[in-house]
Write a protein that binds this ligand. Structure first.
Ligand code: CU
Ligand code: ZN
Length: 173
């Protein structure tokens, strides 16, 4: 009698711990405009066989390319988005293109907006992840005013920050 009374809470605690430890398989960042901008959108991250599937829909952009990165901090509190810090770079690599082997984990390249200011992107990234050292969970997503040139250190010279969001765990499909 006494032991079963003790076992039940222990089992519940174990189940709770297992649920907490289970790696996220999906995450979402809702992008909000920084001060003076009207860029907004949504980024969905889904664990895929060969990496991290990234789906992006952003509106309110000027036509053309816009740097698109994961930044170190999940902090969009500064009006200009500066509180998100620099590019998320857990491996200490240089800034580069998403297709490069050595790059910031946060180097997702560019979005390209059409004449209506809408950018859609879907691809599988080989470095960003939802678990381990390169997990993007809790970090920031930034869309920039200008194109990322994929080489200028350490920012890609992408200019101001026009939208900011924080990557949070989402319910798996
Ligand atoms: Cu950036
Ligand atoms: Zn970078």
């Amino acid at each position: 009698m006494r032991s079963s009374a003790l076992l039940l809470p222990a089992a519940a605690a174990l189940a709770a711990a297992a649920a907490f430890a289970a790696p996220a398989t999906k995450a979402v960042a809702v992008l909000q405009p920084t001060q003076g901008n009207k860029v907004e959108g949504k980024v969905t991250f889904t664990a895929a066989e060969k990496g991290l599937k990234i789906n992006v829909h952003v509106t309110g952009l000027t036509p053309g390319k816009h740097g698109f990165h994961i930044h170190e901090f999940g902090d969009c509190s500064a009006p200009d988005g500066a509180s998100a810090g620099g590019h998320f770079n857990p491996t200490g690599d240089p800034h580069a293109a998403p297709t490069d082997e050595k790059r910031h984990a946060g180097d997702l390249g560019n979005l390209e907006a059409n004449k209506d200011g809408v950018a859609d992107l879907e691809y599988v990234d080989h470095k960003a992840a939802l678990d381990g050292a390169s997990s993007v969970l809790g970090h920031g997503v930034i869309v920039h005013a200008n194109p990322d040139d994929l080489k200028t250190q350490p920012t890609g010279n992408a200019g101001g920050r026009v939208a900011c969001g924080v990557v949070g765990a989402a319910k798996a499909d």
